[in-house]
Each structure stands twice: as structure tokens, then as C-alpha cells.
Design a protein around this ligand. Sequence first.
Ligand code: NAG
Ligand code: NAG
Ligand code: NAG
Length: 217
Amino acid sequence: MHNNNPFLVVLFVAASFYRGSDAAASFCVGDLTRQPTPSGYPCKNPENVTVDDFVFTEFVKRVNTSNANKASIVRANSTTFPAFPGLNGLGLAVARADIEPGGAIPLHSHPAATEMIYVAEGSITAGFISGASNVVYVKKLNKGEVMVFPRGLFHFQVNTGKEHAVGIASFSDSEPGVQLVSLAIFGNDFPSFLVEKTTSIDEAEVKKLKALLGGSG
Ligand SMILES: *[C@@H]1O[C@H](CO)[C@@H](O)[C@H](O)[C@H]1NC(C)=O
Ligand SMILES: *[C@@H]1O[C@H](CO)[C@@H](O)[C@H](O)[C@H]1NC(C)=O
Ligand SMILES: *[C@@H]1O[C@H](CO)[C@@H](O)[C@H](O)[C@H]1NC(C)=O
């Protein structure tokens, strides 16, 4: 017999929510003193979990931006050093980006993660290129604004303002991976004549960029 009792339906829905929010099953703070497994660290004994396991304080520090890009990133997940043990098993990573005026995080993609950036200081001109139609979605983000870069798409962040800029990013995977377009083309031993053939950038320019980005051939 088909059961249409609304009371039972409500009970069933409530029970599913209850299971989903069972505190014991909803987190596994990594015990960093033990050996990690491919799925992360074994869980810390719940008695030894403290609020500090869920708080990451490393991003209060400014990152050194003395480099050619005038920009730097520090990334963290549950296993990096310093680690954020509360992220263990949650499939997330976080990062802080510091960008000087005129600096840039070069065009890159994260094959495994969607990224969301929050502008904590200054302003950041950010954008991504859509996959199928190569439409460029770009906008100058002011302090407090958030932008999302869908997984795998090429994106960038540039400081076109006059103040130091800081972005806090979160990623939908503990290991987002990163591929920089400039290094993929000019930072390796991809033969220059093939780079010219496959990108239409003339060989002299290719050799110049290879010298700049540590490539050869
Ligand atoms: C957990 O905390 C208890 C009490 O502070 C301590 O005796 C025990 O060694 C701790 N266990 C671990 C694995 O740190
Ligand atoms: C930043 O890095 C540069 C280059 O590595 C170094 O010379 C400089 O001392 C660093 N600055 C600080 C404040 O650590
Ligand atoms: C955290 O990031 C590091 C550096 O990318 C990576 O080697 C490590 O596998 C990541 N940890 C997890 C749990 O994905």
C-alpha cells in the first residue's frame, strides 16, 4: 500500500537532515603527527580538537612581492606548511595573494578547482576566459568584492590601482593544481620553431621570451 501520510514524510525528511548534520561525521581534523593517507590525515581524537584547528592565522602576514611579477601567493590546505588541519577531508584550499601596483598574477588555470577571490585590500582587475567561445569576462574589483573563476578556465589578477592589493582566495579542491600559460609555452624546452608553428609568435620573439622565463630550445 502506498503511504501518503504527511506526518511520516516530514519525519523522514527530518531524519535525513539529522544524519546530514551529525557533528561526529561532519569533520575530521587532521592529526598532523600521524602519517597521511591518500585521502588525508587520520582524524584527531575529538577530545583533542580545539577551535584553533579551524582558524588559520598565517594570512595576516604580508607576502614578499619583490619579484618580476610584483606579486606573490601563499597557499594552504590541510597538509601544506603551515597547515590548516581543520580543512582535512573537506576538499578545500585557501590562498593569500599580494599584488603591488602594476603587478600581476599571470594568466593561469587550476585544472581541479573553481576559485573564488575576495578583495581584502586595494583593488584588483580580474578576469577569466570562457572555455568554448573565448569570451573575456573582466572587471575591476574593489575592496570587499568577490569574483568566482570557474574550474579549469584561464584567469588572471592585475593591480591596476595605486595601492597595495590583497586578495584572499578559496578553492573547491585541496589540490587545485596550477598551469601558467607563459611557463607552459616559454618556460620549458618546447622547440622554438614548434612554438612559432603552433602559436604564430615569431621565433625571435619566442627565443626572447624563453630567455626571460627560463626556457631553452
Ligand atoms: C589528547 O589530550 C589528552 C589530554 O590533554 C592527552 O593526554 C593526550 O595525549 C592527547 N592525545 C593526543 C593524540 O595528542
Ligand atoms: C623580499 O625578497 C627579496 C628577494 O628575495 C629579498 O631581497 C628581500 O630581503 C625580502 N624582503 C623582506 C622584507 O623579507
Ligand atoms: C596540499 O597542497 C600541496 C601543495 O600543492 C599538495 O602537495 C598536497 O597534496 C595538498 N594536500 C591535499 C590534502 O590535497
